[in-house]
Write a protein that binds this ligand. Structure first.
Ligand SMILES: Cc1cc2nc3c(=O)[nH]c(=O)nc-3n(C[C@H](O)[C@H](O)[C@H](O)COP(=O)(O)OP(=O)(O)OC[C@H]3O[C@@H](n4cnc5c(N)ncnc54)[C@H](O)[C@@H]3O)c2cc1C
Length: 398
């Protein structure tokens, strides 16, 4: 696995060199994805027997953090791809068979994973206007049609939409769309089935994720139903939330560290008021660097522990609590570190073209991406209070 991490570290300078241009144009980072593919990293989560690295969750968190130190948006696109391939690769085979998954599902899974190792890129389409990422409130539906299903709906936000070879689409059973407890399933929809990608992504930060919306009204085969059974989306969200929750934490822990690095490099070079030794001679500037270093490292360590627990004991309550802590701490650390360091560096860090100017904007999405920091805190408190995670409070997290 050190090979994958070393490959990611090698890519950081070129991702950083292209980040400003991609950010300014809000352009999908095609060259970065090609470099990830060439380094074999699109196969990070793919088992070795299918041509990948066969990585675990902890490995993923280290690779994604490293990429985020070069370009947060590219790391986020990578995160969506790793979430799809990682979830696919880790479907417990015995359990899936017991629940009714047939050979067609496993053959399709292996095809998709092998294609990823060869450079196919996947993304995730959950979010909808009016529902956010709350699965129970989605309005995209599926219903049986012939040998497979018909999917209909609209997704408002999908990183890389229009550039993807496949989409993990969350949809509700059409017969239960108004029932908050109705089954929500995941479908692996081929890229060519997605129509009407909208050019609507014009946001403050993470601009190069090109997270545009799209519509779908298509027939998909029965083998595209993730796990081969209905209702998997809800089961994963509540039972095995690593790919829905802590995968983002890895990106934002990397963004937090990138902000500290950018601050250190600015402070070391900057002369202020003709003072010898530069900005680093100012005590409160050093204190901000020290505080944000501690915050970024704390987020990394909690994420590392979450990764260790996911690989060791997936689905355990202690594991899931660590996953939510990691997301909360990483999102907040990124926002706070970028803000604080930029303020310490002064106007230069607010000018377009300065890495901190982009990092401040990119980091702002950390606490917003699902689960938001507030929601993650609520999930943790709900667990401590011994309340039912779905119906026990006025907030249903997923
Ligand atoms: C850079 C970026 C990339 C993205 N890429 C993708 C992608 O590839 N695929 C995808 O599907 N989505 C993607 N998203 C969308 C992301 O998942 C949404 O931001 C997320 O679903 C939250 O939706 P929302 O922002 O509309 O806010 P909401 O979820 O509506 O949240 C708004 C407010 O409501 C609060 N809240 C959250 N949950 C609840 C609840 N259950 N009850 C009450 N209040 C609640 C929040 O804390 C927040 O304060 C991306 C977003 C960003 C910023």
């Amino acid at each position: 696995m050190s090979d994958a991490l070393a490959a990611a570290a090698d890519l950081v300078p070129q991702l950083a060199a292209r980040a400003e241009e991609h950010d300014a144009a809000g352009a999908f980072p095609t060259a970065d994805v090609a470099a990830l593919s060439e380094a074999g990293l699109l196969g990070l989560m793919v088992p070795e027997r299918l041509g990948g690295f066969g990585a675990g969750f902890a490995d993923y968190t280290r690779v994604a953090q490293t990429l985020a130190r070069g370009a947060g948006a590219t790391a986020l696109v990578f995160n969506m791809h790793a979430s799809v391939t990682g979830a696919l690769a880790s479907v417990p085979e015995d359990l899936a068979r017991q629940l009714g998954a047939g050979e067609a599902f496993f053959a399709q899974r292996d095809r998709l994973l092998a294609a990823a190792a060869q450079g196919a890129l996947y993304g995730v389409g959950i979010t909808e206007r009016g529902a956010g990422s709350r699965l129970h409130a989605l309005r995209t539906t599926y219903e049986p049609e012939g040998e497979g299903y018909r999917l209909r709906g609209h997704k408002s936000t999908c990183s890389g939409a229009g550039h993807l070879d496949g989409y993990l689409v969350a949809a509700k059973a059409a017969h239960a769309v108004d029932d908050p407890d109705g089954p929500v399933s995941h479908f692996l929809v081929p890229g060519e089935a997605i129509s009407d990608v909208e050019d609507t992504w014009d946001v403050q930060g993470m601009r190069a994720t090109a997270s545009n919306g799209f519509s779908l009204d298509c027939h998909v085969g029965a083998d595209t139903l993730l796990g081969g059974i209905e209702g998997v989306a809800g089961l994963l969200a509540y039972g095995l939330p690593q790919w829905l929750v802590a995968s983002y934490a890895a990106v934002y822990a990397g963004v937090a560290r990138a902000a500290v690095d950018a601050g250190v490099s600015h402070v070391a070079d900057r002369t202020v008021a003709g003072q010898a030794g530069g900005l680093g001679q100012v005590g409160w500037v050093r204190a901000r660097l020290g505080r944000t270093d501690a915050q970024a490292e704390a987020a990394r360590l909690v994420l590392e522990e979450a990764g260790r627990l996911v690989d060791l004991a997936p689905g355990e309550p202690t594991t899931n609590a660590m996953i939510y802590r990691a997301k909360l701490l990483a999102g907040d650390a990124a926002r706070d570190a970028a803000d604080s360091v930029a303020e310490a560096c002064g106007l230069a860090a607010l000018r377009r073209g300065h890495p901190l100017e982009r990092l401040v904007r990119d980091a702002r999405s950390g606490p917003v991406m699902p689960p938001s920091s507030d929601l993650a805190a609520d999930v943790l408190a709900t667990q401590h209070l011994g309340l039912d995670p779905v119906h026990g409070t006025d907030v249903r997290p997923w």
